[in-house]
Design a protein around this ligand. Sequence first.
Ligand code: NAD
Length: 295
Amino acid sequence: AMTRIAFIGLGNMGGGMAARLVGAGHEVIAYDLSAEALARAAGRGCTPAASVREAVAGAEAVITMLPAGPQVRAVYEGEILGQAPAGALLIDASTIDVETARAVAEKAAAAGYVFADAPVSGGTAGAEAGTLAFMVGCDEDCFAAIEALLAPMARAVLRAGDHGAGQAAKICNNMLLGISMIGTCEAFALAERLGLEPDKFFEIASKSSGQCWSLTSYSPWPGLVETAPSNRDYSGGFAVAMMLKDLKLAQAAAASNGASTPLGAQAEALYALWDRLGNGGRDFSSMLQFLRGGA
Ligand code: NAD
C-alpha cells in the first residue's frame, strides 16, 4: 500500500534511499538543508518541502538520514516530535552514538511515537540499488511494521535488540572491519618485504585461517578482487573519513561503558593520521599504501 513518508537528509545515502521508496510507489515528502540535495531529490520523484515541519505534517512515517548525533537530536527534538502526527513511525537510519539514539527513543515514546534506530551497512551503492543491511533497535512488537517500511531499500533488515542496539551493532561491526582491514594491509606489507608474491599470499591466506572479508571480498592489494576500490586507485567505496567517524564512535562508547578496545583505539589512531595526511576521501583500504611506507 502507498504510504506517505517524510524523508529528512538527502545526501549521499539519503538521496538514493528516498528514490527507492518512490520506486516502490510511496509518496515521499523530502527535506534537506541543502537546496541542491533537495532539488536532486525532487528530480527523482520526491515532493520537496520547505522545512522539516512541513515535510512531517501528515506523514505516516518519517525517515532521517543525517550526518551525526547532534543533527539527529536537534531535528527530532526541535522539528519532528510534536509535529508529526501522533503514532507515526519514526526511523533514524543515520550512524550515531548509542546514548543519543536511546535519548531520542525515550523522548519519542513519551510524545506518543514508535521510534527505531536503524543504521545501515552497504554504502552509497547499496543505497542506490536498494541492497542495504539495516540493523534495527526497537520494541519487538514494532519490528514487523519497520521491516515492511524499510524493505524497498534493503537486502536484509535485522533486529539487533531494543533501542540503541542497532547503533551498537553498527559500531561494533565497523570497529571489527577497521581492525581487520589494517591487519590485512599489514600482512600484505610484510609479505612484500619477505619477497612473497602478493597473489600467492592472497591465494594461500584465502584458504587458511587468516581469511576474512577485508582480504577476500575487498582486497587492499590491487588486482586480486575485481570489485575492490584498490583497483580504482582507492576511489569510491568507503571513505577513510567515514571509517574514522565510526571508530571514534566505538572509542567513545568503549570509554563510557568500560570496555577494553585496544585494537580499536590503535585503528582509530592510524585512520586519524592517514586522514590528517590528506587521505580522508580515499577508500579505507588505501591504508595499505600507508603501511607500505608510501602515499
Ligand atoms: P551526507 O553528508 O552526504 O548527507 C547528510 C545530509 O543531511 C546532507 O545533505 C545535509 O545537508 C543534510 N542535513 C544536515 N543537517 C540537516 C538538518 N538539520 N535538516 C535537514 N537536513 C540536514 O552524509 P551521508 O553519506 O548520506 O551519510 C548519512 C549518514 O549515514 C551518516 O550518519 C553516515 O555515517 C551514515 N552512513 C554513510 C555511509 C556512506 O557510505 N556514505 C554508509 C553507511 C552509513
